[in-house]
Design a protein around this ligand. Structure first.
Ligand SMILES: [Zn+2]
Length: 200
């Protein structure tokens, strides 16, 4: 591909185009916007990214992303430790928090089981979830996983793994569109799906 800008700018475009939802065309537009607003946008963004790269870690208890470990939710004494909501990625946790309908704690799997992509249980934070369920003080594990094949495969697997722990395992009700990711849902739908959860 012929380079239309200098190598530094091309590199920025190439990196931005790897972000979800970004193709080469939108990456070029974003790059141009950043370069045109250097002081208001490019420099603060670069600083925020460097700070995030330096300080953000996965919580050693739940896997959420935060600058402290345990994360803000795990460290919050107001949150009910008896309820654990299991999500695929931190984005779903953020969606649940935006909805403001859940006062328990979380467990971020870091992905879904997938035969097609070769993702097995050991690649996800599953043992940690089972350990938390076994440790006592947990009464319910709520599976808030996508209604996709991989999401449902993962939900079945987790139900089996949690069967002997004595906790009740429930799933979010689905007013949720098939294939729906939690991030895309409005807060009211999430709250309703949480209230109408059923045994998994
Ligand atoms: Zn945590």
């Amino acid at each position: 591909m012929a380079q239309s800008a200098g190598p530094e700018i091309e590199r920025l475009i190439a990196l931005l185009s790897k972000l979800p939802g970004m193709g080469p065309r939108s990456a070029r537009r974003a790059t141009l916007a950043l370069l045109k607003r250097k002081d208001q946008l490019l420099v603060p963004l670069a600083q925020a990214m460097a700070e995030a790269a330096d300080r953000v870690r996965a919580c050693s208890i739940c896997g959420a992303l935060d600058t402290r470990d345990p994360c803000a939710v795990c460290a919050d004494p107001e949150r009910d430790p008896a309820l654990i909501c299991v999500v695929e990625e931190a984005g779903a946790l953020w969606a649940m928090e935006r909805a403001g309908a859940f006062r328990g704690r979380y467990h971020v799997l870091g992905g879904l089981l997938s035969a097609l992509d070769g993702v097995g249980p050991e690649a996800l934070r599953i043992q940690g979830l089972v350990d938390r369920a076994r440790s006592g003080g947990v009464s319910e594990v709520i599976l808030a996983l996508p209604a996709t094949v991989d999401g449902q495969t993962t939900a079945h697997y987790l139900s089996d793994r949690l069967a002997g722990t004595g906790v009740s395992v429930t799933s979010l009700a689905r007013g949720v569109p098939v294939g729906g990711e939690l991030d895309w849902l409005d807060d009211g739908t999430i709250a309703q799906a949480l209230r109408a959860r059923r045994p998994a």
